[in-house]
Design a protein around this ligand. Structure first.
Ligand code: HEM
Length: 458
């Protein structure tokens, strides 16, 4: 019998769909029904929102690429993320976004530098040591460690600081609260709940958790910003260092402390949540399919042996990366991309008014049976022939001008962490464990990911 990796089985009629949504109602994935996966364009009408879901490759290309300027990022997304990210690149539009993208692009060029590789590799080694404590014959929630190590890598590469375990847990807890409260706030805004009511319904918690995260980043940023103001040379090789050196063309001066803090907070969020999600799902799939895990392990052993990982040998890990690509197809960390229309638009012959919400979902397109054979099945071999994948049906990093700026960073980090785990540990999924998926800012589970780690002999 075929074993399918878990996904929330969609209901088949609208009434059951509404009942399921209101019973569970934690994220949009609870509201999907069977037709959502095959529809060409969906529509949801809510009190404060007229929302369309284009679900055909050419429509997706229009929204994200060829007509991207008529589909800016949604204001609702900006409002929900504002206490944490301020005005950062993830949610801004127009000239503000363009300027921020120009500010960040040179910093991401440096990711190719081998120093960043070494920082990632050091964090992976520290992770493997921490995992030894978990290799005690019991099942543990591996997602906690994936979140910690990816946050640690962001700290090391952006700020040249290791993530302190105590402080790290406090910040990561604040992130969980922030995500939960953000999802609630999104719904409250759609249903026009007043600001006063939002406060009583938990918005204060969201603001507080946003402040905890920002303050911990501010403490690191402030002394380095002051050094830059006092012309003290910055000798760090990290992303913050290159941000501090950029001159704002409009003012002829470096960027303001607040502007840099906004970007750092955004990089922290976008850079660890997504990668943590992708790694947790990859480990789930490896644990669920022992034969694929064994093949991936053999590949790591054959190519890397017991040697230190290098840029060269991690690039050769083709099967490991096929597994990772397939995990990004089945569980895209960002499961929906919210936009709005900046003018009246016609799609599939339907007039869509200016200001309507548009959501493009890689979750739906990457599991669409019209473009994928046995779409809910785990099959890493699909990526042996990437040319066979229908255009605009696979886009876990987005497409067009708003494509992920950190994709190369993630594609360097993932093989390092996966090779380290595969080489040192065998993974076993807890029998009958079912990951309870929620699609919030990223695709996570509410019940963790219970895996047993068995130390491998060298
Ligand atoms: C597996 C890992 C990752 C995935 C799947 C991912 C996915 C995405 C997606 C889908 C978008 C576009 C969203 C949209 O169009 O609405 C995006 C944007 C972005 N990502 Fe990533 N990301 C990952 C890792 C990273 C990392 C490691 C960083 C930084 C260190 C990063 C920084 C950003 C930034 C700054 C943007 C906004 C770009 C813009 O709007 O111009 N991401 N990411």
């Amino acid at each position: 019998m075929k074993i399918y990796p878990y996904y929330p089985k969609p209901v088949t009629n609208k009434i059951t769909q509404y009942m399921t949504y209101f019973r569970k109602g934690r994220s949009w994935l609870d509201g999907l029904y069977a037709r959502s996966y095959t529809m060409k364009m969906g529509r949801v009408k809510m009190p404060n929102l007229d929302l369309y879901l284009p679900n055909e490759p050419d429509l997706i290309h229009r929204v994200l690429v060829s007509e991207a300027k008529y589909f800016p990022k949604s204001k609702l997304l900006h409002d929900v993320l504002e206490p944490l990210l301020g005005d950062s690149i993830f949610t801004t539009n127009g000239n503000t976004w363009k300027k921020q993208r120009e500010l960040l692009t040179p910093s991401f060029e440096m990711i190719r530098i081998s120093q960043v590789f070494d920082l990632m590799n050091d964090a992976a080694k520290d992770m493997s040591k921490r995992l030894e404590k978990l290799a005690d014959g019991k099942y543990h929630n591996i997602d906690t460690e994936m979140t910690f190590v990816t946050a640690d890598i962001i700290f090391r590469t952006i700020l040249s600081e290791k993530l302190d375990e105590k402080k790290g847990l406090e910040v990561l807890e604040a992130f969980v609260t922030y995500q939960e409260e953000s999802a609630k706030l999104g719904m409250q805004k759609i249903f026009k709940v007043s600001k006063l009511m939002q406060f009583f319904m938990g918005d204060e918690k969201r603001q507080e958790s946003g402040a905890i995260i920002r303050n911990s980043l501010y403490e690191i940023l402030k002394p380095r910003y002051e050094d830059m103001e006092n012309s003290i040379e910055d000798t760090h090789i990290d992303i913050l260092s290159s941000l501090l050196k950029v001159i704002d063309e409009d003012t002829g001066k470096p960027f303001l402390l607040k502007d840099i803090l906004d970007q750092i907070a955004m990089l922290f969020l976008a850079g660890h949540e997504t990668t943590a999600s992708s790694l947790t799902w990859t480990l789930y799939l490896l644990a669920l399919y022992p034969e694929h895990q064994e093949k991936a392990y053999q590949e790591v052993r054959d190519i890397c042996g017991d040697d230190d990982l290098t840029i060269e040998n991690t690039k050769e890990l083709k099967f490991v990366m096929n597994v990772f690509s397939e995990a990004l197809r089945l569980y895209p960390p960002v499961s929906f991309y919210p936009r709005e229309t900046s003018r009246d638009i016609v799609m599939r012959g339907k007039k869509i008014k200016k200001g309507s919400a548009i959501v493009v979902s890689p979750w739906l397109m990457q599991r669409n049976e019209r473009y994928w054979n046995d779409p809910h099945m785990f099959d890493p071999y699909r990526f042996d022939n990437p040319e066979k994948i229908v255009k605009n049906t696979y886009f876990p990093f987005g497409m067009g001008p708003r494509i992920c700026i950190g994709s190369r960073f993630a594609l360097q980090e993932a093989p390092i962490l996966l090779a380290t785990i595969l080489r040192d540990y065998k993974l076993e999924l807890e029998p009958d464990f079912t990951p309870d998926i929620v699609g919030r800012l990223t695709t996570r589970t509410v019940n963790g990911m219970n895996i047993k780690l068995i130390k491998r002999d060298k």
